[in-house]
Ligand binder design. Structure first.
Ligand SMILES: Cc1cc2nc3c(=O)[nH]c(=O)nc-3n(C[C@H](O)[C@H](O)[C@H](O)COP(=O)(O)OP(=O)(O)OC[C@H]3O[C@@H](n4cnc5c(N)ncnc54)[C@H](O)[C@@H]3O)c2cc1C
Length: 450
């Protein structure tokens, strides 16, 4: 029925899911995986969908962001989650798996699908469409160079230096003030409201930098060592060069006066909005390798953040990802070729579950394009739709990868004070809306395996 053979590059989580979705919709697929001909620095086996680090897809509880997105993915018929269920090991409410059983199950399902051919070997140049590129955080050098050539030299990053993001409603309003340094205009032309400023006096600053001195850091894999020159110096590394370094760097108070005292603070931590709705706020310059409990402990010492809810934690990793807001369409296809989609971590989503979800949607959408239909993206009341909104609307000047979190999703119409109940309601709505979206957009698919 569909003559053109689809190329999927990368047999990780996103590529395996995308290939499956396409094949189930009647397309013949060649899935190219470079392992074992060429290994990455993190993978160990030749299996498809190998989990390179932890063995968990995180929580299944609907009141969590990962529980919500998984429930949505199940609505869409996700292969990877089906295989995860078969490989599940006891881990409370988390969907943890035996990694060998899991990868072997995905490999077996993919290889035995009559419409999928798996070819082993590296693809060194961007293929012609129809294609999905799902080569992940450790995309090989040749293909990375080809992507940079096609999309522009600055459009593909090789490291993510992620600063934490906190939710707006967890910031103590009485401890912060809104202003830009020297009242400078933002890109949008607004002089007010560009940054939230957490002012520190001398004692608060000294306590903070001393805590940072002794905080426990994550020491990653050898290949994960990042050359700290391109604006990605960890905050703790800067601090180790002397206690005044941060005060002359990201925490410099110049150009700011605290309206409550009328004087310049000793130091200032600035928070920059990550989304248009102003629910997610980034700690500017706080890329970090501190362990998660240490990020909570030390960063909550910042005035105004004592009860901060972290929607994303800081990290610094080897990671290839494109600047999606500037170079991809809203469905994550190339702007100059709607028959080539990107999927998985290379689009700027972060994590096993999010990467799989992105592969699922890319498979659905390439199938639609091949049938002469427009690509579709779920509504922003769903976790997946909200994540895609972030990928298309984030400020390209500061684009950093993002994981699923409730700060991305549209608010409820009703006010609910209890945070857990509120998240449950948002998640229930998300699953309902995903079901309706599927019913109205994906009628008749996936088709049966021939
Ligand atoms: C060291 C490390 C640890 C991580 N730990 C976690 C964790 O604990 N939890 C978590 O949720 N996320 C973790 N991540 C992120 C995780 O890698 C992704 O969330 C997920 O694997 C991304 O899925 P993907 O399909 O986009 O990429 P991958 O799963 O990496 O799949 C990409 C595939 O493409 C292949 N490939 C690359 N280039 C080519 C080419 N040119 N031709 C053919 N094939 C190619 C690769 O061999 C690989 O199989 C980690 C990442 C790294 C690097």
């Amino acid at each position: 029925m569909h003559d053109e053979v689809v190329t999927v590059v990368g047999g990780g989580l996103a590529g395996s899911e995308a290939a499956w979705q396409l094949a189930q919709r009647g397309h013949d697929v060649v899935l190219h995986e470079m392992r074992p001909v060429r290994q990455t620095e993190a993978h160990r086996t030749d299996r498809l969908a190998e989990l390179v680090c932890s063995n968990t897809f995180k929580s299944t509880e609907l009141s969590t962001a990962h529980g919500a997105i998984k429930a949505e993915m199940r609505e869409l018929g996700c292969l990877v989650l089906e295989c995860a269920d078969l490989a599940r090991v006891a881990a409370g409410s988390a969907l943890a798996v035996d990694r060998d059983v899991f990868a072997a199950t995905v490999t077996e399902r993919i290889q035995s699908h009559p419409r999928i051919t798996v070819e082993r070997g590296e693809i060194e140049a961007l293929p012609v469409g129809p294609a999905i590129i799902a080569t992940g955080p450790l995309t090989s050098d040749g293909l990375a160079a080809s992507l940079r050539q096609r999309l522009g030299a600055d459009s593909l990053a090789f490291y993510d230096a992620i600063a934490p993001v906190v939710s707006r409603d967890s910031i103590d309003e009485s401890r912060v003030f809104t202003a830009s340094r020297y009242g400078k205009e933002t890109m949008e032309g607004a002089t007010e409201g560009a940054y939230l400023n957490c002012a520190m006096d001398h004692a608060e600053y000294e306590a903070f930098v001393s805590a940072l001195d002794t905080a426990d850091q994550f020491h990653g894999h050898e290949f994960d060592k990042v050359p700290y020159f391109s604006g990605c110096m960890p905050v703790e590394e800067m601090n180790s060069r002397g206690h005044e370094t941060l005060r002359f760097g990201p925490l410099k108070p110049v150009g700011l006066s605290d309206p409550r005292t009328g004087v310049r603070p000793h130091a200032v931590v600035q928070l920059r909005r990550e989304d248009r709705a102003g629910r997610l706020w980034n700690l500017v310059g706080f890329q970090t390798r501190l362990r998660i409990p240490e990020q909570q402990r030390v960063f909550r010492m910042i005035p105004g953040l004592a009860n901060a809810e972290f929607l994303r934690y800081g990290s610094i990793h080897r990671n290839s990802y494109v600047n999606s807001p500037s170079v991809l369409t809203s469905a994550m296809a190339l702007k100059d070729d709607e028959r080539i989609f990107l999927a998985g971590q290379i689009t700027g989503v972060e994590g096993y579950t999010e990467s799989t979800a992105s592969g699922l949607l890319a498979g659905i959408n390439l199938s639609r394009v091949l049938r002469g239909q427009q690509p579709v993206v779920p509504p922003t009341t769903t976790m997946l739709g909200a994540l895609y909104r972030y990928l298309r609307e984030a400020d390209p000047r500061h684009f950093q990868p993002m994981n699923a979190n409730f700060g991305l999703v549209d608010d409820l119409d009703e006010q609910i004070r209890d945070k857990r109940v509120k998240k449950e309601r948002i998640a229930e709505r998300a699953v309902r809306e995903m079901r309706e979206w599927r019913q109205s957009n994906l009628v008749g698919s996936p088709v049966a395996v021939p």
